[in-house]
Write a protein that binds this ligand. Structure first.
Ligand code: URP
Ligand code: ZN
Ligand code: ZN
Length: 468
């Protein structure tokens, strides 16, 4: 099956220029300057006139079916990857989990069992190491060498759940410095936060907003600083700060990058658009919908503006979603009367491309930077480039035709995530995903879904290609 995409503006690492794209089977066969494809025969033609032709989105931070907070994230690998495809994301990297006392390889096998045969788009895994011990450290080597899992998430937050102390973190970082893996860090000072949480509950401050008030930005900045220092002591272990939310943490990343250290960071749409006052602080129990960690930040402080700036300057290299959906009914409701029992997470895998595109529409980001932060850099950061993240001969034909003149309204009635509310309810955004192609198969077109669970394949990843 061949496919010719004509008349669009191709966006990629070399800039934005008019070009036609020929897909043969699962990969990109050729690019043509305008007019160059005249006479090329294809089984199907997609007219992209007036539209952007961009590499499929790569969302490197999702949690499908994650058991967390006494319940399970509500999207399965099937529902979550279908929703991702609707939104122009054609690759996810999800987090397999090992907890204290568990065997890393068994955790990875459990995630393969959840995903295998169920995904509508291609997927890879990072590994959460929730219990750093000798066996887990050894397993890190073997996952990098044999399993195509080359990144490990550690937590300075969530004591008693995923938390590692500084000694454990240092050992895991030393291991990564040796085997080439990248360490992904949830940087919040969980021990100090737990004290603030207990004090708030004792005072009777039980509403969702206190989730934010007990996780101040200073404790994210402090943990980010500590992670940077530990990575340096570990021999410049590559460090990637996940879901960065606050100005102070960004300043720590920028300072480390300024010294030449291999430090990178991502942010997520929720931190660019939602705030502690308007969303987490919504009246009644409504704020539970917006409980995630790190929490939404105060709009009285310049966090969101600083994050947009970080995306421009590359101190923030990637936008991921940290997609971790919990329904309001029966899931978020677990924390009525005690904010610390609200499962942490927001669902958004479907909306990342549209939400970051608003930066282009508002003049905050170039169209090239949109593609870089949502597709090319995540692919390079996690060892998938040039198979993913670029439209070039030989690359997987993961392509999105995006209509800059379209409009999209976000909300629970129209989204495809298995989630009974939307954190972005009523958002009307510029731009619209028009056609989504994964390895040469058209998944979304003409307002309909034509993909299937099982189309998506597991991606064995190489080492990060982003190291200096
Ligand atoms: O609130 C969040 N971020 N939930 C998902 C787990 C994590 O820390 O990434
Ligand atoms: Zn986290
Ligand atoms: Zn996460």
């Amino acid at each position: 099956m061949s496919l010719l995409i004509t008349g669009g503006t191709l966006v990629g690492p070399l800039g934005a220029q008019p070009a036609d794209v020929l897909v043969d089977g699962e990969t990109v066969a050729a690019l043509y300057a305008p007019g160059g494809a005249a006479g090329v025969a294809a089984d199907r033609t997609v007219d992209a006139t007036g539209k952007y032709v961009v590499p499929g989105g790569v969302d490197v931070h999702t949690h499908m079916e994650l058991p967390f907070g006494g319940t399970n994230a509500s999207d399965t690998f099937e529902t979550g990857t279908v929703a991702a495809a609707w939104g122009g994301t054609t690759t996810i990297i999800d987090f397999a989990v090992q907890r204290t006392g568990e065997v890393v390889e068994e955790g990875l096998a459990a995630w393969h069992a959840k995903a295998d045969g169920n995904c509508a788009i291609d997927y890879g895994f990072h590994m959460i190491i929730g219990g750093v011990d000798e066996a887990a450290l050894k397993a890190m080597d073997s996952l990098v060498a044999h399993e195509g899992v080359t990144s490990f998430k550690l937590f300075m937050a969530y004591p008693g759940v995923f938390y590692s102390d500084d000694g454990q973190i240092l050992q895991a970082m030393q291991r990564a410095a040796g085997n080439g893996a990248i360490i992904m860090m949830h940087a919040e000072n969980g021990m100090a936060i737990d004290v603030l949480v207990a004090q708030a509950l004792a005072r009777g401050d039980v509403d969702p907003v206190f989730h934010g008030r007990t996780r101040p930005p200073a404790l994210e900045a402090e943990a980010t600083h500590r992670a940077v220092v530990l990575a340096q002591v570990a021999g410049d272990c590559p460090l990637y700060i996940v879901h960065l939310s606050a100005s102070g943490a960004l300043a720590e990343v920028a300072a480390a990058r300024g010294t030449g250290q291999n430090v990178f960071a991502e942010t997520c749409p929720q931190y660019l658009y939602l705030s502690l006052e308007e969303h987490l602080g919504a009246s009644g129990f409504e704020g539970a919908k917006y409980v995630c960690s790190p929490p939404l930040r105060s709009k009285a402080e310049p966090h969101a503006a600083d994050l947009w700036r970080g995306l421009r300057t590359d101190d923030l290299a990637v936008v991921s979603t940290d997609h971790c959906p919990f329904c309001f009914k029966d899931q978020k409701e677990l924390g009525r009367g005690d904010f610390s029992k609200i499962p942490n997470g927001i669902g958004g895998v479907e909306h990342r491309m549209d939400l970051v595109y608003q930066g282009v529409a508002s003049g905050n980001l170039s169209v090239e930077r949109w593609v870089e932060t949502c597709s090319t850099t995540p692919a390079r950061m996690f060892g998938l480039y040039p198979r993913k993240g670029v439209i070039a001969p030989g690359s997987d034909a993961d392509i999105v035709v995006y209509d800059p003149n379209g409009r999209t309204t976000l909300g629970a009635a129209t989204h495809h995530m298995n989630l009974d509310y939307s954190a972005y309810e009523g958002f009307e955004v510029a731009g619209k995903v028009d056609t989504v192609i994964s390895r040469g198969s058209v998944l979304v077109d003409g307002g309909g879904f034509h993909g299937r669970p099982g189309h998506g394949r597991f991606l064995r990843r190489g080492l990060s290609q982003y190291l200096r």
